[in-house]
Write a protein that binds this ligand. Structure first.
Ligand code: NCD
Ligand code: ZN
Length: 409
């Protein structure tokens, strides 16, 4: 057994002097005041559960110029994220058992972090012969190809027929305008009512998870039983920031007041989950006449938010809950807490070790970030199932990630 000793985050107790015992299989064997192991490491850094990011786009298969499992998972690892859920809008989309299995194989061979896959939902999907045998991390519904009645009925269809969550991109298809844009605010304007009108029309169900909440208006009509997530860019960026058209993202950036409302909701737990919506596109595309939407963020999410904790704008308790405990709980997986039986997925952090985010140290093939030069605190160690995979933003392992929801077919 390996032992890591220091101030350990114990749910319900907070930081506590303790030892985490890690078995040879990479799972936590014990958490006790005193433990003896073959290898004993004592640290002055705080010891926290690593993060699960339930919203990334690793573009693999389909767009290797933007991201692949190797680069996306390296970015995750260096940012303190040891498990990701990949979204199904790849090429081809993850919308059939064979596409699901193919992506699962790619990830198994190339990801350094553990992973699950979201499955592309569409009207009538529950009637497919394989539907009941599929066990994706969740079903994901986009508003793009369907009209509103189809959108609503697909949500209800999945709630009625599957135990897995339905994650929605909560923008009403009839209120997304595709007018051309000359500035970032045009994009916001083109979608100004889409979030509110979509969320108002959603069923109040605990099967529902609302991705990337972006506005006060959307927050106000969030169904009370649904879970939800917020992304760093919707907490920290708005139209008054000095950002350009490259920060076109769906749902869009809004006003400072929206940042405040979302941040308060994260602080009080109304929004329970932090996710990156890591959506890498190349700067050449972003600066074109028709820029695609999306901001990369899996590597900067936890470092930015640890800095928020260091600056006393967010409590450590809320951060650990939103980055580790709640995503695991929502997905129904044994993770996110440092307790016996869970994978030893751990980050160690020195909250005084502030650095500046610098693109040259990041791993995404997107190769840009809106957070260049922002203060951040990178974990000193990132441990995935007992194995050290990153130190201070530097990758230490390249592979070894495994599927959290293996295909059952
Ligand atoms: C996503 C992407 O690039 O895949 N972009 C984004 O702005 N969030 C797709 C999407 O969620 O609409
Ligand atoms: Zn997304």
């Amino acid at each position: 057994m390996k032992v890591l000793e220091g101030k350990v985050w114990i749910t319900g107790q907070g930081l506590t002097n303790a030892c985490v015992g890690i078995n040879d299989d990479g799972y936590i064997g014990a958490v006790k005041k005193i433990l003896k192991g073959d290898v004993h490491t004592t640290t002055t850094d705080i010891i926290l559960p690593a993060a699960t990011d339930m919203h990334v786009h690793f573009r693999d298969p389909g767009n290797p110029e933007k991201e692949v499992w190797a680069s996306g998972s390296a970015a995750a690892a260096c940012g303190g994220v040891t498990a990701v859920i990949d979204m199904p809008n790849t090429i081809p989309p993850t919308n059939s058992p064979s596409h699901f299995e193919e992506k699962n194989n790619r990830a198994s061979s190339n990801s350094v972090v553990d992973f699950g896959l979201g499955f592309y939902a569409y009207p009538g999907i529950s009637k497919e012969s394989w539907f009941k045998n599929m066990s994706p991390a969740f079903w994901k519904l986009y508003p793009y190809k369907f009209n509103w009645p189809e959108y609503q009925s697909t949500v209800n269809e999945i709630i009625a027929n599957s135990p897995r969550p339905i994650v929605i991109h909560g923008e009403h298809p009839d209120y997304i305008s595709y007018e051309s844009l000359s500035s970032l605010s045009d994009h916001t304007e083109n979608r100004s009512k889409a979030e509110k009108l979509c969320l108002e029309g959603m069923p109040n169900s605990s099967s529902l998870h609302v991705a990337h909440l972006s506005s006060q208006e959307g927050l106000d009509v969030l169904p009370s039983q649904a879970s939800s997530e917020v992304c760093p860019h919707h907490l920290l960026l708005n139209l008054s920031c000095k950002v350009g058209i490259e920060c076109k993202v769906d749902p869009p950036l809004r006003e400072r007041n929206d940042n405040y409302a979302l941040y308060d909701a994260l602080r009080n737990g109304k929004i329970d989950i932090l996710a990156s919506d890591h959506a890498p596109h190349l700067m050449s595309e972003k600066s074109s006449a028709k820029p695609p939407s999306g901001i990369p963020g899996v590597e900067t999410m936890i470092p930015l938010m640890l800095n928020e904790v260091a600056e006393d704008r967010l409590s450590l308790e809320r951060l650990v809950s939103a980055m580790s405990e709640k995503p695991a709980e929502r997905l129904g997986i044994q993770r996110g807490k440092l307790i016996p039986g869970n994978p030893a997925d751990i980050i160690t952090v020195d909250l005084k070790n502030k650095t500046k985010i610098s693109l040259e140290n990041l791993h995404s093939k997107a190769n840009w970030t809106p957070f260049e030069n922002w203060d951040a605190i990178f974990p000193s160690r990132v441990i995935r199932r007992g194995q050290l995979i990153a130190t201070d933003g530097v990758l230490q392992e390249k592979k070894g990630g495994t599927s959290i929801f293996p295909p059952t077919l």
